[in-house]
Design a protein around this ligand. Structure first.
Ligand code: ATP
Length: 233
């Protein structure tokens, strides 16, 4: 596994509770890495530390061997668990706005927005305020928002939860285009079967500790018998 993004020895407490203990894993260039664990295992906290919106008590987050800078963190394509778009703005408008915020030209932001809306099956709804869309379509819009500024790293918190299987496949094919261009993708899920199906590499977290990391095939053969050892809850 190459180490485009490396999380090393990250610890975090909330009050007297140790929520993350010595979290260490890599997200390789061009790899879809599934970060899987039960509710409360520490996935969102880890992702927020990668983003830099939360500080680690100790440990490092590096990008291609150097500490991830503030500017690099700002450029991450992030889809938060609690969705953060503007409910009253049209989907197209906010995608263009987000592209512009990340210094794309208006033309480029417009083109990227149109492309993503088309690929994610949102073109017909693009002029409607986000709040009028179904929850599934709102989620597709959130995924488009994470991608519109051409990020070199994607961190997606539960991007597939609540999507029907067809929508999951659509989103994965859009993400696969990015990994083919070398972009590392880290996505979280509490569903091991979903992650196993979609990812190249797995990082399994339970109670704030990494339980296993490796390629999907490595983990499959390592844990083939007994299967329950891969359980995350
Ligand atoms: P979920 O899918 O439910 O969000 P998760 O794996 O993302 O699960 P986290 O959200 O990272 O888990 O939470 C890990 C633990 O840290 C949980 O027990 C949570 O209650 C606790 N926690 C998270 N944020 C805070 C906070 N700001 N203050 C106190 N405790 C927190």
């Amino acid at each position: 596994m190459s180490d485009a993004l490396r999380i090393e020895g990250v610890n975090r407490r909330f009050g007297d509770r140790q929520v993350l203990s010595d979290i260490t894993f890599d997200v390789g260039s061009g790899r879809m890495t599934g970060f899987v664990g039960a509710n409360g295992a520490g996935k969102t906290t880890t992702m927020r530390i990668i983003l830099g919106v939360l500080a680690a008590d100790s440990g490092t987050v590096t990008w291609q061997g150097s500490p991830l800078s503030k500017e690099q963190r700002r450029q991450i394509g992030y889809m938060p668990e609690e969705r953060g778009l503007y409910p009253k703005m049209s989907v197209r408008e906010q995608l263009i706005y987000l592209g512009r915020l990340h210094a794309l030209t208006h033309e480029r932001a417009k083109r990227n927005a149109a492309d993503l809306l088309e690929r994610l099956g949102l073109s017909e709804r693009a002029e409607e305020p986000l709040q009028q869309l179904s929850l599934g379509n709102q989620q597709r819009a959130q995924i488009a928002a994470a991608l519109v500024h051409e990020p070199v790293l994607l961190v997606l918190d539960e991007p597939f939860s609540g999507l029907d299987p067809l929508a999951v496949d659509t989103v994965v094919s859009v993400l696969r285009e990015r990994t083919s261009a070398g972009v590392p993708v880290l996505f979280s899920s509490h569903q091991l079967d979903v992650v196993e199906r979609l990812c190249d590499d797995l990082v399994i977290i339970a109670a704030g500790q990494i339980r296993a990391t490796g390629t999907r095939d490595e983990l499959r053969s390592r844990y083939a018998e007994p299967r329950y050892e891969l359980r995350v809850d």
